[in-house]
Design a protein around this ligand. Structure first.
Ligand SMILES: Nc1ncnc2c1ncn2[C@@H]1O[C@H](COP(=O)(O)OP(=O)(O)OP(=O)(O)O)[C@@H](O)[C@H]1O
Length: 640
């Protein structure tokens, strides 16, 4: 038999062996320490069924992939069988014409297997990616629908891990997982079938090394799993260390802690290296051992078969050559199966965590029969509202708002004032239904907000927070939030109205200026000005705003003040005021203290009442007055 023919028969299209490194761990780089308990020991039927739901839409493609795999699994083991026929039936008897047919069949089998393997790989990956796409979209939609209470409790890192690396861990299982396992099993059955039909005794000899192979594989799996877990744990530590230090880098630099932090990092990094090297150690033993055992099987075949063939028994040269190939082919699916076991186990751990995210539902309940809210006049009413963000261990709510009641009439401007932590921002969050109240009622135009669709409610109420969040992207994108109904002219008009146009045009790229992460390239005041434009563009009937306090230069402050007047014109407004000077014309001032509304009235009424408001006012007054040499004091901002 020509060496070319032999080479061609030895080609194996089955999956390449898993590389002797932790390539598939690369996706686990968002782990938090608490997330590292990731091995589940059993295959949970419930989890598999739930995962199966994501594959159901692709059932037809899965059947097709299985059929293709069956074909590919058959063609591989068929080749040695053809070689045997070629040698024994044609080469030995000198029938070259017959041999040509065998060569043709071999080439066809080889090409067929190549094509089918391509189809199998592509199709299984395609199915897996479709399922992953669906799952990730479901996860994001789920996360988007959660109330803010959920985000208060859930660390950002966890949500990221669940939607990225945990989903990724499922990817292999959903794509090649099932099909590959079946493919490997098919292959084993076909190889065993051909071996036993060709020569059962030689088949038994080939399989004699099996117990050794199984033992080595189990030994390797057990050890490497522990090291693998340790590596992930150390990787998680590196991640959280870097995450924390990048965020708090200015503190590290401010206090000259660079060297100490570097030492700490080196410590963690060293542990990671050690764990990784341990893993590599086991891999370095495993692969040569497997290679050795396969060759042992080969040697056994050569020894036993060779003696018998030469000894003139029924064993032919063709059978011997075929067995040499089967000995090589047989162990690959076994090794792949052990890899698949690991993949599936990781996937189960990922699935458990992904589903636990899906099962935690703290979304705001939609009304079963929502009230249609087309136009809003703008009456806002809080009726005996009680609210707590948290409960203590005994389940007693830690009240942040206690029996809060007030009413703002259409077109009125109401201001909320009070010391820090009094509950002002909470009132706003509740009006926009970011959280659910425990007792009482919040009404807009007489409708309980729980009877309104969230969309309607938030469409009619605009919010300008104190700390404005900007997405990375252009200023334009941040203003319009990619709403196609807002054209360029409308956007520019809105910017002019609140005089943000000058600010934007001063930026190097104007409206196309790239806003860096979270708008860190813009000052707090500038960001708030952009939020005014954004709010105006959505033209809400009620405006809720939290006045920016610090980090605002005088020019921006004047701009904000004017913007505020423009934006609140003709709209019901509820404003949190930090500078009492800005709310002297408010129709109503509500003074909050420790979650209660203690005083209410106009600026003059409240001053006259000589209570909390007066105290706040005097405090701010003192704060904003520059002492003069002659002892007289001049109010620079607040005129009484
Ligand atoms: N997400 C939250 N989870 C738990 N407690 C919260 C949360 N947000 C606010 N609180 C608590 O609720 C109370 C009221 O906070 P709130 O932010 O409403 O006060 P504020 O009057 O707006 O203060 P500031 O003027 O500083 O913004 C505070 O004690 C605060 O610690």
């Amino acid at each position: 038999m020509s060496s070319k023919l032999l080479d061609c028969c030895l080609v194996d299209f089955s999956h390449p062996p898993a590389p002797p490194h932790l390539a598939d761990d690369a996706s686990d780089d968002h782990f938090e320490p608490e997330d590292t308990v990731d091995e589940v020991n059993t295959f949970d039927g419930r989890l598999i069924r739930r995962l199966g739901q994501y594959l159901t839409p692709y059932a037809g493609y899965i059947v097709l992939a299985l059929a293709i795999t069956l074909g590919a699994s058959f063609l591989g083991p068929l080749r040695p069988w053809l070689v045997q026929k070629g040698i024994d039936n044609y080469i030995v008897v000198g029938d070259l014409e017959g041999l040509q047919y065998i060569i043709l069949y071999l080439v066809l089998a080889l090409v067929g297997e190549g094509i089918l393997s391509f189809g199998e790989n592509y199709l299984t990956q395609w199915i897996g990616q479709q399922a992953i796409y669906d799952l990730r979209t479901t996860l994001f939609r789920h996360v988007e629908g959660q109330s803010l209470a959920y985000f208060d409790r859930t660390p950002v890192g966890r949500v990221i891990t669940r939607t990225t690396s945990d989903v990724e861990a499922l990817s292999d299982a959903l794509s090649s997982g099932l099909v590959s396992v079946l493919g490997d099993l098919f292959k084993l059955v076909f190889i065993a079938y051909f071996m036993f039909t060709l020569n059962w005794m030689l088949a038994v000899v080939t399989l004699l090394v099996m117990p050794l192979m199984v033992w080595v594989t189990f030994w390797f799996r057990r050890n490497v799993r522990e090291q693998y877990r340790e590596t992930r744990k150390q990787m998680a530590r590196i991640n959280s260390f870097i995450q924390e230090h990048v965020t708090g880098m200015h503190i590290v630099q401010l206090f000259n802690r660079e060297d100490e932090e570097e030492d700490r990092f080196e410590g963690i990094n060293d542990k990671h290296r050690a764990a990784h090297l341990h893993t590599i150690f086991y891999y370095a033993i495993f692969w040569p051992s497997i290679e050795f055992i396969s060759n042992l099987a080969l040697a056994a075949v050569l020894w036993f078969g060779g003696f018998r063939a030469l000894g003139g028994s029924a064993l032919t040269l063709g059978v011997l050559v075929a067995f040499i190939q089967y000995a090589r082919q047989f162990f690959r699916p076994i090794r792949d199966l052990s890899n698949q076991y690991d993949t599936l186990q990781k996937a189960m751990a990922g699935a458990e965590r992904v589903f636990s995210l899906l099962d935690t539902d703290e979304s705001i309940e939609a009304p079963s029969a929502p009230v249609e809210l087309d136009a809003v006049e703008g009456t806002i009413e809080f009726k005996n509202v009680w609210f707590a963000y948290e409960e203590d261990d005994a389940g007693t709510p830690d009240w942040v708002l206690e029996d809060v009641s007030f009413r703002v009439e259409p077109g009125e401007m109401a201001a909320l004032v009070g010391a820090t932590g009094a509950g002002k921002s909470t009132v706003m969050n509740l009006l926009l239904r970011f959280y659910e109240i425990q007792r009482g009622q919040i009404r807009v135009d007489g409708h309980d907000i729980r009877d309104l669709r969230l969309r309607d409610l938030r469409e009619h109420i605009g919010l300008i927070p104190q700390d404005v969040f900007l997405f990375s992207g252009s200023v334009r994108r941040n203003l319009t939030l990619d709403d196609p109904s807002i054209d360029e002219a409308t956007m520019r008009r809105a910017a002019e109205t609140v005089q943000a146009d000058q600010l934007i045009e001063r930026l190097p790229d104007g409206y196309d200026q790239d806003v860096k992460e979270r708008g860190s390239s813009l000052s707090r005041g500038q960001r708030q000005l952009l939020a005014f434009v954004r709010a105006l563009l959505y033209d809400p009937d009620v405006m809720v705003l939290d006045e920016a306090t610090s980090s605002v230069d005088t020019e921006t402050e004047a701009l904000i003040q004017r913007a505020l007047e423009r934006v609140t014109e003709g709209r019901t407004t509820l404003a949190i005021a930090h500078r009492l000077s800005t709310i002297q014309d408010a129709d109503k001032i509500l003074v909050m203290h420790k979650g209660e509304i203690r005083e209410r009235g106009t600026h003059q009424e409240l001053l006259a009442a000589d209570g909390l408001y007066r105290k706040l006012y005097d405090l701010q007054y003192a704060d904003q007055v520059a002492p003069r040499g002659d002892g007289a004091r001049t109010d620079q901002r607040v005129q009484t």
